[in-house]
Design a protein around this ligand. Structure first.
Ligand code: SAH
Length: 227
């Protein structure tokens, strides 16, 4: 656990955002196949209700994606858990990770709560500004950049893990190139309304192995930046 994560009173939650409701989500994630206790613990710790509009806070611990404005969504908790878990599979111990698509900042915060050095890139300035406030108020140390994430963030790489949280028809070579030897990339790949979650590992000799983690639906990975 990241010792920097000191929870403020509003992060503890009441009623539909209480610890009991949050524990129910953890049970559900366990039942649906999430095994890594560190990941479950990070999800238990990060207050998802602070990453959505107040009007949606009561739904924050349901296992569903929710709108965050600008036509974007905060991913379903199961998907966040599965992508995060993939980074730790087969005894892999990542240190430095890159996320493409900061959105609400929730996935980045879960990664930071695991003690990882997190870098995240978002193309919509308005979303990034709000996410940065959340990182600050939760005391999480996340480095972020307003840019088109399809170019990655080569200056700070290579990365032990890369998580792409927007769907594209094909894998982005620039991102695979920024993986360190032994590093894992997780990305939704496929058509706009249905993608496969792919897990790629760059072996020590540079060859790439891949696994399909199942069907998912993400908002699209788009080019360029907006305000
Ligand atoms: N990880 C987010 C989920 C975000 S939804 C969370 O935890 O809330 C996907 C995000 O990817 C959106 O915010 C969208 O604006 C962003 N995105 C799409 N294409 C992008 C690109 N090329 N570079 C950076 N961000 C991108």
């Amino acid at each position: 656990m990241n010792p920097r994560l000191r929870l403020q009173p509003e992060a503890i939650g009441v009623g539909m955002t209480s610890q009991r409701v949050r524990d129910r989500l953890i049970e559900r994630l366990r039942e649906t196949g999430i095994r890594d206790e560190r990941v479950l613990n990070a999800i238990r710790t990060v207050p998802r209700h602070l990453f959505v509009d107040e009007a949606l806070a009561t739904r924050a611990y349901e296992d569903t994606a929710l709108p965050i404005g600008h036509g974007q969504t905060i991913s379903q908790p199961w998907v966040v858990a599965r992508m995060t878990e993939a980074l730790f599979e087969d005894g892999h111990e990542p240190k430095r990770v890159l996320e493409i698509g900061t959105g609400s900042g929730y996935q980045a915060s879960v990664l930071a709560a695991l003690g990882l050095e997190v870098h995240t890139v978002e193309r919509i300035g308005d979303l990034l500004r709000v996410a940065r406030k959340r990182f600050r108020s939760l005391g999480l140390n996340v480095r972020s950049k307003h840019d088109d994430g399809r170019i990655g963030w080569p200056e700070n790489g290579p990365y032990d893990g890369i998580v792409v949280t927007a769907g594209a028809p094909a894998l982005v070579d620039a991102l695979t190139e920024q993986l360190a030897p032994g590093g894992v990339l997780v990305a939704p790949v496929g058509a706009a309304n249905a993608q496969q979650l792919l897990m790629l590992r760059k072996e020590a000799d540079g060859t790439i192995s891949r696994r399909d983690l199942g069907a998912v639906v993400f908002v699209p990975l788009l080019s360029g930046t907006i305000g």
